[in-house]
Design a protein around this ligand. Structure first.
Ligand SMILES: C[S@@+](CC[C@H](N)C(=O)[O-])C[C@H]1O[C@@H](n2cnc3c(N)ncnc32)[C@H](O)[C@@H]1O
Length: 400
């Protein structure tokens, strides 16, 4: 089942492969169309397009999603080589693991020349015995010579570090829990993940003539700065963050730091400020100050009344909502330059309730598109969000 490639990285707010097919159908997408996914996340759109022989480019501002996506499209990797390498890493791991529990963490790091990830309070994230084991696996992955093979195993490992951490995986957001008495079988968790991924690549090879794919790190409010495979696109299938204060950067801290993407605590907070919907640390203290203005009169017409209603109760949240829609406006404005005439965009969005004020994201986004000269052939409500009264998701379809 090639659908498994979507599950390499567990991202709760991601849409299903079925939804991509639905968007493809309602927009009469063919193999001649080029698809853009400006909010890549778990790469669902890119992988589905590849399977269907459609060329697709995905962009994300968060390097974790980009690293995973870049490997998820490498269907030409040599699976025999991957299997051989998997065995070699396992062998080295078995040879080194003897006696490591007798060493304290610092002596362990000195002996194996590895470093504790620069995340805030690493001891809260991983038990010492677990951290030593994942650091050993990382060391042997880093020693691999073939860059593509190294990248493959690196992605497998960073996708799994949360499952062996002291966090509760049944929540959509990360919360710490006591796992001191749990049996955490690092070897089986990590190496079975590698095996599944290798099998997925093997299955992907059965797809004849997959579409061309590219995954790029960057800010979708500034597409022109990026070196993309194509300058213009015919379709956009995407799901931006929702205005619900969910922070993708916050949720990916273990991977960002364990994977050595960041080495200073401030870097995650700085990235969060740049993301759409970024909401913690500095992003929040910035939003607590002053009044976030609409970036122009058009956005003001659409957002002023809803933000004024929230502001009566909470200035920070009013600023949050205004900033969210300001950035979304910039994104669809910037994107227009990169769309062919008649291009169709499908944006899956969820509404939310902030301080008891309903944020009808679908309607507001449709208004933003309209103000930029797009037409809106349809808004399709797709589902009610579980357990939340009146919350729903919708696909806003906009045409250039
Ligand atoms: C709802 S998720 C995308 C889910 C994706 N469609 C899927 O199915 O997995 C939103 C994504 O937008 C990304 N993002 C937020 N602000 C961005 C920006 N300015 N430019 C590019 N990506 C951004 C986040 O990092 C996150 O991965």
């Amino acid at each position: 089942m090639i659908d498994h490639i979507h599950q390499w990285f567990r991202l709760t707010p991601s849409f299903s492969p079925k939804l991509v097919h639905f968007m493809k159908r309602i927009t009469n997408t063919t193999k001649n169309h080029k698809v853009l996914e400006p909010f890549l996340g778990a790469s669902t759109t890119v992988i589905e397009c590849m399977k269907e022989g459609i060329d697709c480019v995905g962009i994300d501002i968060n390097p974790v999603f980009v690293k995973v996506g870049q490997v998820a499209i490498q269907w030409d990797l040599d699976v025999d080589n991957l299997r051989r390498t998997n065995k070699e890493i396992l062998k080295k791991y078995h040879e080194s693991i003897i006696g490591i529990d007798k060493l304290d963490l610092l002596n362990f790091c000195n002996k194996f020349n590895v470093e504790i990830p620069k995340i805030h309070k690493p001891e809260k994230w991983w038990r010492d015995d677990v951290l030593k084991r994942i650091l050993l696996i990382k060391k042997f992955i880093y020693e691999l010579e073939n860059e593509r093979v190294k990248h493959f195993f690196y992605v497998g490992l960073i996708s799994k570090v949360v499952d062996v951490a002291n966090v509760n995986r049944s929540h959509p957001t990360l919360t710490f829990c006591d796992r001191s008495k749990d049996k955490i079988d690092v070897e089986s968790e990590i190496f079975s993940k590698f095996e599944v991924m290798i099998k997925d690549i093997e299955n992907a090879k059965t797809i004849i003539n997959p579409g061309k794919a590219q995954v790029v790190e960057g800010d979708s409010t500034n597409i022109s700065e990026l070196k993309l495979l194509y300058d213009k696109f015919d379709r956009v299938f995407t799901s931006p963050p929702y205005p619900n204060r969910y922070s993708y950067v916050w949720e990916t801290r273990p991977q960002l730091y364990f994977g050595d993407i960041f080495d200073k605590p401030s870097q995650a907070a700085d990235l969060d400020i740049k993301t759409i919907g970024g909401t913690w640390g500095k992003a929040t203290s910035n939003l607590a100050k002053g009044i976030e203005k609409p970036i122009n009169a058009e956005v003001g017409k659409i957002m002023d009344s809803v933000c004024a209603e929230i502001r009566q109760k909470d200035n920070l949240m009013a600023n949050y909502v205004m900033k969210f829609f300001n950035l979304l406006y910039l994104q669809i404005k910037e994107m227009k330059k990169h769309l062919n005439d008649e291009a169709m965009c499908c944006y899956v969005v969820g509404n939310s309730r902030i301080k008891d004020v309903e944020i009808y994201t679908d309607i507001l986004l449709a208004d933003l598109f309209f103000s930029l000269g797009y037409t809106i052939p349809k808004i399709v409500r797709i589902r009610k969000r579980i357990g939340r009264r009146k919350l729903y998701e919708a696909i806003v379809i906009a045409k250039k």
